[in-house]
Design a protein around this ligand. Structure first.
Ligand code: ZN
Ligand code: ZN
Ligand code: FE
Length: 764
């Protein structure tokens, strides 16, 4: 006699919006099981009954052969439930339970099945740029509301034709419940415009290809916003794009036709190749090859290049039969404003930048910039975690009561959390203009609605003048938790590694508001989520003119020089005297002398800036971090010796004498040592400082784990040397893999700190 059994199975991880329910439906049919499956806030929930053996095969197959985009984090089975005698297996509507959220999937690159159809002349979607299925296509960026149904997306204006509707309703079709499902008959259409009007043409795509070939700059509507594109091999076009964008040196990202095309211009290792082809399709920063066929203006003074592969059907069509091996694809925006998303807005805002506009009538509801990552020691490191990743949550062991963490004002992202889930927003950008601030507020409102989180605790940076701080304070009724910037950096690194014990935190960045009101940025902290102590920092140095010193690293160089040598400062670096006008140097010296608009800073970023300017690499920057990046780029990788350095103790605090390090740099400079060697020695020195100071702190307190965070650790060379030096002393080192090491990761740290301290605060 057949032995029947019933089990409930809960699958957690990336299991929604990736064709998981049809997959379960198929499996249940294969094994003749009855019951149901549905999407809940806690994951995919299944109940199935049937033959015991079939049931166990069913469960085995779920864990062993999930759909390609699924990532199962856990599979929980309860067996031997009471039999219900279901007559069939059904897919139940996903339900949003009260107080629960319905997951929203990130946007996913077009899948191999759809690509095959896209280029199959027999297929009804041949060359249709909006082809998608359950396994691929737009999600987050077209979602207006939850639950994720067509009527809640920007596809609601398109009525499915009969054929599409039949696919949508057929559980055996790979477009079953694919919300953006459409075809050339019923779906969105492309159109091509110049600055005045629509360009009459039979095929907007082929016309775009032709115009790009001729050197035009095109604004192309993508998934999360517009790109500005031009032929990456056309030096004149790239130069024109640079001058129009007023972007003198900041590297452009390129999109390559395929992996082979990437390999022609960059070195690609196995992990990099995997990430380039990942369905999330981040931009991966790769090592440039010498003498590729690209315009040298794409990433000047840089050894690396940001590269991505096509991710929408439209991108694939752009490359098909075109002969392009790479196109520049840079976010389209006016100055520092958020990426452009609307058609009309694009033609208005980008009219000075683009010659032509390739648009379509599927609206982008939520802006989402490309993600940017690189690979170090075989692991993914984020510069920007956005498209493809947001709004997928991080699952942490620290439980949260419902928190909004507002982030920092640069490279802003925010985080909403509830329970063990932490939803990090897409990249918002610098909260420096009205548009960005609006985008920020708008996105927070969206996230609160999507994930049904009404935060009771709001965490923000300690900086009193941040927009994000002002925003947090406006939310009056809530418990506010002000989090020190570098504490948040370190906590975010701990959190993503699930570390919940005291660590030595090395937080190196450009600027962060310190607990004592000065500007920090070269910090060694000891602490956990609840609290921290500042144990060591770089020696403070005046920052002449505040922001002006950030834009003009030579000001920082002069500040170091004057602090050390007084009136004779310029004699130390004759070359600098030739580059900086005597009067201006005089003004800066007076500023430093009288401490006029001259806050003190322990910033490590500014130290890198100063060294870069002192040795003649970069005096003024056209994008953030440029001086430090170029210093890293020229460093001779074969040089491994360091300058000697010292520190002193001041009321229990270790102070690292950076002036002495600058002295050593000057000495090399006078001795005629080349820039690449000085740059390398300086990097090595900072790595030995990091390891040496951690050692002293360990000897006093016994803490064995070190967390590295802050924007300075985007410097690959410094990170590599620091990891090496710390491991040589047998430290266990935590460094970011899931969120950016720059301020884009701050919100996660704020959230966990608030989760631990916020509830307590609300009672005091
Ligand atoms: Zn597909
Ligand atoms: Zn259709
Ligand atoms: Fe920072």
């Amino acid at each position: 006699m057949e032995q029947l059994s019933r089990s409930s199975i809960t699958v957690r991880g990336i299991v929604q919006g990736v064709g998981f329910r049809p997959f379960i439906y198929h499996l249940a049919h294969k094994y003749g099981l009855h019951g149901w499956v549905y999407n809940s806030s806690g994951g995919v929930v299944i109940e199935a009954e049937g033959n015991v053996m079939d049931l166990s095969c069913f469960i085995r197959d779920i864990s062993e052969t999930p759909p390609p985009l699924a990532h199962i984090e856990s599979l929980e089975v309860h067996s031997a439930l009471a039999l219900q005698g279901d007559k069939e297996f059904v897919i139940r509507e996903s339900s949003a339970e009260e107080g629960d959220f319905v997951p929203v999937s990130p946007d996913i690159a077009v899948c191999p099945d759809c690509l095959r159809e896209l280029f199959d002349p027999q297929d009804r979607r041949f060359r249709y740029p909006f082809i998608n299925c359950t396994n691929c296509g737009p999600r987050f960026t077209i979602t207006r509301d939850i639950p994720y149904d067509r009527k809640h997306t920007t596809m609601r204006d398109f009525r499915m034709c009969e054929t599409c509707q039949a696919e949508y309703e057929n559980p055996f079709d790979r477009r079953f419940h694919a919300q953006p499902n459409c075809c050339p008959r019923c779906g969105p259409k492309l159109s091509l415009w110049d600055r005045q009007q629509e360009i009459e043409c039979a095929d907007p795509l082929r016309e775009t290809q032709r115009l790009l070939k001729e050197g035009s700059i095109a604004a192309i509507k993508g998934l999360g916003g517009f790109h500005l594109a031009c032929d990456a091999a056309n030096d004149e076009a790239v130069a024109r794009l640079r001058s129009r964008k007023l972007r003198t040196f900041k590297p452009f990202a390129v999109m390559c036709a395929d992996l082979d095309a990437v390999r022609q211009i960059c070195e690609v290792n196995a992990e990099e190749a995997r990430l380039l082809q990942d369905p999330r399709r981040p931009i991966i920063v790769l090592q440039k090859r010498e003498h590729g066929s690209l315009s040298p203006r794409i990433a000047p003074f840089n050894r690396s290049l940001g590269v991505m592969l096509p991710y929408t059907p439209l991108h694939y069509l752009l490359f098909a039969e075109s002969g392009f091996s790479a196109l520049v694809m840079t976010s389209a925006n006016m100055s520092e404003e958020p990426i452009t998303i609307g058609n009309v807005q694009a033609r208005e805002e980008l009219k000075e930048l683009a010659d032509i506009f390739l648009v379509h009538d599927r609206d982008i509801h939520l802006r989402c910039d490309d993600s940017v990552a690189w690979v170090q020691e075989g692991r993914e490191r984020f510069i920007r975690r956005s498209r493809g990743y947001a709004p997928h949550p991080l699952s942490l062991s620290v439980s949260s009561p419902g928190i909004l963490a507002c982030g920092a004002d640069l490279k802003n992202t925010f985080c909403l959390s509830k329970g063990n889930l932490y939803f990090l927003s897409q990249y918002i950008g610098d909260l420096e203009n009205l548009e960005a601030c609006r985008f920020y507020e708008h996105s927070i409102a969206h996230f609160e609605r999507f994930f049904r989180i009404e935060p009771t605790v709001v965490a923000h940076d300690m900086h009193p003048d941040y927009f994000s701080t002002t925003y947090a304070r406006k939310l009056r009724a809530k418990t506010l938790v002000a989090v020190q910037h570098h504490h948040a950096h370190i906590a975010s690194c701990m959190a993503e590694h699930g570390v919940d014990e005291p660590v030595i935190g090395v937080a190196l960045d450009g600027t962060g508001y310190g607990s004592d009101g000065t500007i920090w940025g070269g910090e060694f902290l000891v602490g956990d989520y609840q609290e921290f102590m500042r144990r060591a920092h770089l020696r403070v140095t005046p920052l002449p003119g505040g922001e002006a010193a950030v834009k003009h690293p030579y000001r920082m160089a002069l500040s170091f020089l004057y602090s050390r040598y007084g009136e004779n400062a310029l004699d130390q670096v004759p070359a600098l005297r030739e580059r900086v006008r005597e009067e201006e140097a005089g003004v800066i010296f007076t500023q430093v002398e009288r401490m006029l608009n001259c806050p003190l800073t322990s910033s490590c970023g500014r130290l890198f800036d100063a060294v870069s300017a002192l040795i003649g690499v970069r005096d003024s920057v056209t994008y953030e971090g440029q001086a430090a990046i170029e210093l890293e780029m020229i460093a001779d990788r074969n040089v491994t010796d360091a300058y000697s350095w010292h520190l002193w103790k001041e009321q229990g605090m270790l102070v690292i004498d950076t002036w002495e390090i600058v002295d050593a740099v000057l000495e090399d400079l006078r001795a005629g040592v080349t820039q690449p060697i000085i740059a390398a020695r300086f990097h090595q020195t900072m790595a030995t400082v990091i390891a040496g100071v951690c050692e002293m702190i360990r000897q006093e307190g016994g803490v064995q784990k070190v967390a590295l965070s802050g924007g300075v650790f985007q410097n690959r060379l410094l990170l590599e040397r620091s990891l090496h030096a710390l491991r040589a002393r047998e430290f266990e080192v935590l460094w970011h893999q899931k969120v950016p090491t720059n301020d884009g990761g701050i919100c996660l740290g704020q959230a966990v700190i608030a989760a631990r301290t916020g509830i307590h605060k609300s009672h005091t």
